[in-house]
Write a protein that binds this ligand. Structure first.
Ligand SMILES: CC(C)(COP(=O)([O-])OP(=O)([O-])OC[C@H]1O[C@@H](n2cnc3c(N)ncnc32)[C@H](O)[C@@H]1OP(=O)([O-])[O-])[C@@H](O)C(=O)NCCC(=O)NCCSC(=O)C[C@@](C)(O)CC(=O)[O-]
Length: 443
């Protein structure tokens, strides 16, 4: 029987970061809370020229170059994002255009001319929806290939309790028949409930209302903020409730008992590194008939030797990249997968045929639980990543620069020597092009 899944994967993490201990110091938070309590070390930040479209373009270009893909063979580019740049024109169109122009010498003009391109939005689960949809597409059309991109900038208000869970970047996946990285099984546990745990209502402001507006904002264009309205502890509860329900739904469909025991890794959407291990205690307790009825008993389970051993074996490796990057919203779950696979690769572990369980979550809210099986050729895909080495080649910025970047008060890139895609101009004058974004590639 033909298998379907992820054939190749690539990532992009912006070159700037802030040390979490610097943020902790300035905000009067004990660094140990963020480092040892939530697992945070560094927070990736977009430079002035970067946004969700440049992140996506970088990841897509890397995918094409690292795995020698002919863009004309890609039938779909489905982009999961909650950092869309426009309410009508998909961010995917910007990303595809940048890559198309970059590759025009090699593949001619408009190499994505016949490609189906769209954005999908459901908070952090939007790219899993894009993957689900793209898998359905290749199952129905086994000779075709699709690309899924997850691209986001997780931004919260300065000095809010979400501030230390910021981050950003993108992951691109090639979805096809006979995948070299991981085969995805077609059983999906799903749970949905409409809630207000985290959301981004359109809040239009004129320039005069925005204390943080830079001079570069035009007076007459209304700007809408990209910072969410959220309730942190309630969002944790919604996440825990949805993954429990989706896991239960997965079990009902697959007639499995304690499926997590067969999973080599449990891969979560990670809004911060330690989130997965903090919320899985409930499912773990239910599966092992442990008393989870009050906070004290829940703490005892989290601190038990059995649970700690379980985390060290099945979750810890997936957290490592998140500690260095922060929340990547839609891309976080795929980065957690890359983190685990890269670590197994570096440790020379053989993962062939091992099962991996995914527990995805998007605020608003929805969870999807599904399972993959690592392909025999997985190492040939992972060997291109050098994930942890590449994270060492970034530029630390100081707190003052961070605040200016956040407030959009800088007119020039912090990393002037950057190589790659960048926003060069937003049209401000022309009535028929006002707001149009123009990008170029800096060599
Ligand atoms: C994530 C929260 C809620 C954290 O909120 P918080 O109030 O900063 O932290 P906390 O109290 O929940 O946890 C602190 C932990 O640090 C420990 N601690 C304390 N002090 C020390 C010390 N000295 N040494 C060592 N450890 C220490 C403390 O004990 C505790 O660990 P625990 O024992 O409970 O495991 C907050 O930052 C926030 O609201 N973030 C934004 C929203 C969010 O990320 N929600 C997560 C779930 S929803 C989701 O994942 C979806 C999302 C957000 O990605 C969006 C989307 O779908 O689009």
């Amino acid at each position: 029987m033909t298998k379907f899944g992820v054939d190749a994967a690539s990532f992009y993490v912006p070159s700037l970061y802030l040390e979490i201990k610097d943020l902790a110091e300035k905000r009067g938070i004990e660094p140990a809370k963020l480092e040892k309590g939530l697992g945070l070390h560094k927070m990736a930040l977009p430079d002035v020229h970067e946004d969700a479209a440049t992140f996506a373009a970088e990841a897509l270009l890397k995918l094409i170059q690292d795995y020698n893909i002919d863009p004309k063979e890609i039938s779909r580019v489905y982009l999961g994002t909650e950092s869309a740049l426009d309410a009508a024109k998909p961010t995917a169109t910007y990303a595809v255009q940048m890559v198309e122009e970059f590759l025009s010498d090699e593949f001619g003009e408009r190499s994505f001319k016949n490609c189906d391109v769209v954005d999908m939005t459901f908070a952090c689960v939007g790219a899993v929806d894009a993957l689900h949809n793209s898998l359905d597409f290749v199952r129905a059309n086994p000779t075709k290939k699709a690309v899924v991109i997850a691209s986001d900038y997780a931004k919260y208000e300065l000095a809010s309790s979400g501030e230390y869970t910021q981050g950003g970047g993108a992951v691109a996946l090639l979805v096809s028949a006979n995948p070299k990285l991981i085969e995805i099984d077609n059983n999906w546990g799903v749970a949905t409930e409409s809630v207000f745990d985290f959301f981004k209502p359109r809040r239009h402001h004129s320039k005069s209302e925005l204390t943080s507006a830079s001079e570069s904002y035009p007076d007459k264009i209304e700007v809408f903020t990209d910072e969410p309205v959220f309730d942190g502890q309630y969002s944790n509860q919604c996440y825990q409730d949805r993954i429990r329900e989706a896991y239960q739904h997965y079990k009902e469909q697959t007639f499995t008992v304690r499926p997590y025991e067969d999973w080599r890794y449990l891969i979560f959407h990670l809004p911060y590194a330690f989130h997965g291990k903090r919320v899985f205690t409930e499912i773990y307790s239910l599966e092992n008939h442990l008393d989870f009825s009050d906070a004290e008993k829940q703490k005892a389970i989290a601190k038990s030797e059995d649970y700690i051993n379980f985390i060290n074996e099945k979750i810890e490796r997936s957290q490592r990249a998140s500690s260095e990057i922060g929340n990547m919203y839609t891309a976080s779950i795929f980065m957690a997968l890359m983190s685990a696979l890269q670590t197994s690769y570096d440790e020379n572990e053989d993962l062939t045929e091992k099962e991996i369980g995914f527990l995805a979550y998007g605020s608003g809210s929805k969870s999807k639980v599904f399972v993959g099986k690592v392909s025999p050729e997985w190492k040939s895909v992972v060997k291109k990543w050098n994930l942890f080495d590449s994270l060492k080649n970034r530029l630390a910025i100081d707190f003052e620069t961070y605040e200016k970047l956040h407030r959009k008060q800088l007119d020039f890139s912090v990393n002037l020597d950057y190589k790659g895609f960048g926003l060069t101009r937003v049209e401000k004058e022309s009535p028929v092009l006002k707001g149009a974004r123009y990008y170029s590639y800096q060599k």
